[in-house]
Design a protein around this ligand. Structure first.
Ligand code: NIG
Ligand code: FE
Length: 419
């Protein structure tokens, strides 16, 4: 056998291919994780073209040539991480809210007083498209540095036609200019802007009117809504999302983040791709998510940062055989971090997920949460070479040694994007 690669990774200590085919992995199956020891991976034209043993490279039982050879020195190698829920594009920052949090002002009260999401809306409206591209590029670079190679990005800090389109166009530019894969979500229904304070239904109608333009310019694939006390009710969310679905968008929902309104049940009823947060989700909601195959996308960084006493019931969801994914929820208010590795630690300590479950949740299932399960989240023959080489001896190590960055080298579509 002879091989000719652009890049050869050899002397891999542990290789997690996460190669499970095109379907997501449900709760109980998430315990079984295949680990290849002493492996090697060959990459050609941005794709994985060979997965073999290190002996084949060292003993040259096959004729292997490569433009570049990387000695992995016994380290852990995994698929690039997928972050399926972020609010990537925004103006300004909200560090002054930390003192309010410390004084015990609840998140939804800050919003009610015109702060929170609404203060980011003001700053985003005032920031130029060019500046937003620059700012988001900085965050994308940092996400790459943490091992993330695919990310979802929501709008929702415009809440008017002009600024929502501006945010979405920023994402479209970044899809072309940046090496990160970015999946775009329209979250025009993120809060009620001051102008529509007394007329939330009219506001939702105006956001629905944008969908045509969004489709015309191909600006988003998903539509999302913040279904929450003081924001949008179940009824409003049902109406809004149903109309988006009719227009051909896939659905996501910020569900049961703070109050248990029944967002999970609504996601199941509407056949949403994912329901996100799920901190206050009921038994019935968990059962329905599992039945309908809606991805339960958990964001433990947010419950941690909001100081919630109880996190999402991940164990019950896994027990119910739901499809569980993890994300950062990166945003300037409820979770200002790009560090998905830290979220993996929170998933272990607060959600009581096992390391095996956590790895599925940040690769295979995270990719399914944003509709790219057939292309991303695995190291497999003829899949895109999105690969992380970690300064860690094994996969248990990442959630264990916490709040630092373990990446050694990050490869996206066969190219080194961080080293
Ligand atoms: O997912 N909950 C709504 N949206 C974000 C927070 C956005 C913000 O505070 O700016 C979230 O937590
Ligand atoms: Fe969010």
């Amino acid at each position: 056998m002879s091989h000719n690669f652009d890049l050869l990774l050899y002397n891999i200590g542990q290789l997690l291919t996460m190669d499970v085919g095109t379907e997501p992995v449900r709760g109980k199956q998430m315990q079984k994780l295949e680990v290849l020891e002493h492996a090697a991976v060959g990459i050609k034209d941005g794709k994985v073209t060979w997965i073999g043993s290190n002996e084949e490279v060292v003993q040259a039982t096959s004729v292997i040539t490569a433009k570049e050879k990387m000695d992995c020195q016994g380290k852990l190698v995994t698929p690039g991480l997928v972050d399926p829920h972020t609010h990537l594009v925004f103006g300004g920052s909200r560090e002054h809210e930390l003192a309010l949090k410390q004084a015990g002002v609840p998140y939804l009260d800050i919003l009610k007083q015109g702060g929170g999401i609404l203060s980011t809306v003001k700053m985003t409206r005032e920031t130029s498209e060019e500046e937003l591209v620059k700012k988001a590029t900085f965050h994308l670079d940092r996400m790459h540095s943490y091992g993330i190679t695919t990310v979802e990005a929501k709008s929702g800090y415009g809440l008017d036609w002009e600024t929502e389109l501006k945010q979405l166009r920023v994402v479209k530019k970044l899809q072309k200019s940046h090496t990160m894969d970015i999946i775009s979500t329209f979250l025009g229904a993120h809060a009620i802007p001051q102008e529509y304070k007394e007329r939330p239904d009219d506001f939702l109608t105006s956001m629905l009117e944008l969908l045509g333009q969004i489709q015309e310019e191909d600006l988003a694939q998903f539509v999302d809504i913040f279904c929450e006390t003081g924001v949008f009710s179940i009824e409003q969310s049902r109406k809004f999302l149903s109309q988006a679905k009719e227009k051909g968008f896939e659905l996501k929902i910020h569900a049961d983040e703070i109050d248990p309104l029944g967002g999970a049940e609504l996601a199941a009823e509407l056949g949403a791709r994912s329901a996100d947060h799920l901190v206050g989700t009921s038994d019935e909601g968990i059962k329905r998510l599992a039945e309908e195959g809606v991805v339960a996308c958990l964001l433990p960084g947010t419950s941690f940062y909001l100081g919630k006493p109880t996190p999402a019931r991940a164990r019950d969801m896994l027990e119910a055989d739901a499809i569980v994914a993890l994300a950062t929820d990166f945003n300037p208010g409820s979770c200002p971090t790009e560090n998905l590795q830290f979220i993996m630690t929170l998933a272990a300590l607060q959600l009581r997920m096992t390391p095996e479950e956590i790895w599925y949740a940040v690769t295979v299932n995270a990719a399914h949460a944003i509709g790219v399960g057939a292309e991303r989240g695995q190291i497999a023959f003829q899949r895109s070479a999105d690969i992380v080489l970690w300064d860690a001896p094994n996969y248990l190590y990442i959630p264990y040694h916490y709040a630092v960055n373990h990446t050694n080298t990050v490869i996206k579509d066969g190219k080194i994007v961080y080293r």
